[in-house]
Design a protein around this ligand. Structure first.
Ligand code: NAP
Length: 282
């Protein structure tokens, strides 16, 4: 198939744990050719469908595209190992939560462009959300990356890092919050006498069916809720509890506030680490 997106040759995945593998699973199930790509991870543990090596020296020709998928705390260590292999043609796409463009630019001063991407785990089944931000990617690179990421889900470019962080706070962490909601629905079913197997299955299928219905029809969530709740009926009685004092809205807003606060702390830690290691890297 000629219309499938192609990875720049060569593309290096630096680190490939939970998120790197989720993205690769999504691309593989979309039928994308990964023969131009190589995974570099210290364990050398094979990643299905992609050549995997344990050291940069074994990765082959210098990369055109680098997808950084290590933990934020590893940035300085990995940069010291990676920089000798980079030319000024390399584009860096960083998945690192909380590490800002200015910090990345200090680590990779010669990179052709630097892009932040914040995916969520839905990429593995091609229903992910991937926020994108850059202050130096040109239109051609934006189109190229959008095309490459489209098979993994919804990948909007955000106009600044504040909005990028907002998408990350909602969508990056979102699967964890949805998981908690489904678990709470399960516990409520068990409390009413259902077995765990039945309660967890109906909670999951209800979440999936509701999301799928809204995603395919475009119906908004207020309308979905209204269609379920007849006046003075059972659902309306339940919604009155969830809606009282905007309890659910307030709970989620404070969860996302806490995540954003932690994001700010991680960014600060990355900035400080970057200052401390400037001399070491230059
Ligand atoms: N998980 C999520 O839902 C999620 C969501 C959004 C963004 N992110 C971001 O994605 C990044 C990766 O997260 P993760 O959950 O995938 O972490 P992870 O599962 O811990 O994977 C980290 C990877 O880094 C590799 N690594 C460690 N040191 C390295 C080195 N010196 N050179 C090359 N690779 C090295 C590890 O290699 P080995 O496997 O060989 O040990 C591992 O493959 C993080 O920055 C995170 O902020 C994650």
């Amino acid at each position: 198939m000629t219309d499938l997106p192609q990875f720049p040759s060569p593309t290096w995945f630096v680190g490939c744990g939970n998120m790197g593998q989720a993205m690769i699973s999504g691309w593989r199930s979309a039928g994308i050719d990964l023969s131009n790509a190589v995974v570099i991870r210290p364990s050398g543990t094979a990643v299905e469908g992609v050549r995997t090596v344990a050291s940069f020296a074994d990765a082959g020709p210098q990369p055109k595209l680098v997808i950084l998928a290590v933990k934020p705390q590893k940035l300085t260590e990995v940069t010291a190992q990676l920089r000798p292999w980079l030319t000024s043609k390399a584009v860096i796409v960083s998945l690192l939560a909380g590490v800002e463009l200015t910090t990345l630019r200090k680590h990779y001063p010669k990179a052709a462009a630097i892009v932040r991407a914040m995916p969520n785990l839905g990429v593995s089944i091609r229903r992910g959300v991937i926020a994108l931000a850059s202050d130096d990617a040109d239109d051609a690179l934006r189109v190229q990356l959008s095309t490459l990421l489209a098979p993994l889900g919804y990948a909007p470019w955000m106009i600044d890092e504040a909005r990028f962080a907002a998408v990350g706070a909602v969508a990056g962490a979102g699967p964890a919050y949805v998981a908690r909601f489904v678990a709470a629905l399960t516990k409520a079913g068990e409390k009413r006498g259902l077995s765990n197997e039945i309660a967890s299955t109906i909670a999951l299928e209800t979440a999936l069916g509701t999301a799928w219905m809204a995603a395919t029809t475009g119906e908004d969530m207020d309308s979905v809720a209204r269609r379920v709740a007849s006046p003075n009926g059972t659902t309306e009685a339940g919604l009155a509890v969830l809606d009282r004092d905007h309890a659910l809205d307030a709970l989620l807003a404070s969860a996302i506030d806490a995540a954003s606060l932690r994001g700010g702390e991680l960014a600060e830690e990355a900035r400080s680490a970057s200052l401390a290691t400037d001399a070491q890297l230059s």
